[in-house]
Design a protein around this ligand. Structure first.
Ligand code: PEP
Ligand code: MN
Length: 338
């Protein structure tokens, strides 16, 4: 952290800032230039300091953070890309991983139809919510444990891995019995106690960006899971809330290269929640892969017009097949493959 003093700061004001830095247990390195005095703050846990404490002091012009507050999720101490492995399926690295399936598990027939078609097209991970975090308590809440059984059985029949959302710490052990990757939804991204619980499980966690979360907040949420012991974290851009009303959320494609630069963790994109509209899913999926996403999480339904959850943003199996064909052209152009 660097504290820049005002041009007119007095020697006493500089001394008071230096004393405050050392009181916190850090070293203060003072350098006086022609117009400003600058104080460098050095120490193991500088990230713990709140810059505002110094911003408020007399004579201080500006306080700048020079190191990122997320040591485990950041690239600074871990320059190589992390590849998350689930058996023979990987997320990160050269291959682009496709996770596809309905928003919610509804029936054995639905799961069989979707699993068969997405596996044929190129997906390696089947998605499907058994516990649904719905905005309204009157909306379909998911089939619960029965949904997990149907999801696992359909995935196993087609050689797919399984991802599903966990909404409550009490479900963790049941979830771990059925799924390969635990999804943490946008609404839970800053449920910090829950994130610590996820640090204790032996399953990779796909962490979705909160609806109004900055990328720094997303990386700090990942840091919670990693600091609690689980380094297998996948970041997911799923659109954020903005003033735009043409789409359900605003899909932040620029988040992908920014996260890839700041973090070594794999980054996937969810253009289904990112746009909320079926006809926008393919263009944004293509854009996400072109922007460097390591994978996609896409809602696919065999009968989306009658889906119990998120039908309007769920694509038909034929559209998923079309997308896979397009990605086979786009991926090699950026040194990747499906
Ligand atoms: C979902 O994947 O179905 C879901 C609820 O996602 P999000 O948490 O991004 O809204
Ligand atoms: Mn959904």
């Amino acid at each position: 952290m660097v504290i820049v003093m005002h041009g007119q700061a007095t020697a006493e004001q500089v001394d008071r800032v230096v004393a405050a830095v050392t009181d916190h247990g850090f070293d203060a390195h003072r350098s006086t230039g022609a117009s400003h005095t600058v104080i460098g703050v050095v120490g193991e846990a500088v990230a713990r300091l709140d810059p505002r404490e110094f911003t408020l002091m007399d004579g201080v012009h500006e306080v700048l953070r020079v190191s990122e507050p997320y040591k485990l999720a950041g690239r600074a101490f871990h320059p190589d890309d992390t590849v998350v492995s689930v058996g023979d399926v990987t997320v990160g690295g050269e291959r682009i991983t496709l996770m596809a399936g309905p928003c919610a598990v509804e029936s054995a027939e639905q799961m069989e139809a979707v699993a068969a078609s997405v596996a044929r097209s190129g997906a390696t991970i089947l998605r499907g919510g058994a516990f649904k975090p719905r905005t309204s308590p009157y909306s379909f809440q998911g089939l619960g444990p029965e949904g997990l059984t149907l999801l696992r059985a359909a995935a196993d029949r087609h050689g797919l891995k399984v991802i599903s959302e966990v909404v409550d710490r009490g479900d963790l052990s049941l979830m771990c019995d059925h799924v390969d990757i635990l999804q943490v939804g946008a609404r839970n991204m800053q449920n910090f106690r829950f994130l610590k619980d996820l640090g204790k499980v032996s399953r990779p966690v796909l962490l979705k960006r909160g609806m109004s979360a900055t990328l720094e907040e997303l990386l700090l949420a990942a840091e919670y899971i990693m600091d609690a012991g689980n380094s297998q974290v996948i970041l997911c851009e799923r659109g954020i809330r903005t003033f735009e009303t043409a789409t359900r959320n605003t899909m932040d494609i620029s988040a992908i290269p920014i996260l890839k630069k700041r973090s070594h963790l794999p980054v996937v994109a969810d253009p289904s929640h990112g746009t909320g509209l079926r006809d926008k899913v393919l263009p944004m999926a293509r854009a996400a892969v072109a922007a460097g996403a390591d994978g996609l999480l896409i809602e696919v339904h065999d009968d989306p017009e009658h889906a119990l959850s998120d039908g309007p943003q769920s694509i038909f199996p034929e559209q998923f097949a079309e997308l896979c064909g397009q990605l086979r052209v786009i991926a090699p152009a950026i040194g990747r493959r499906l």
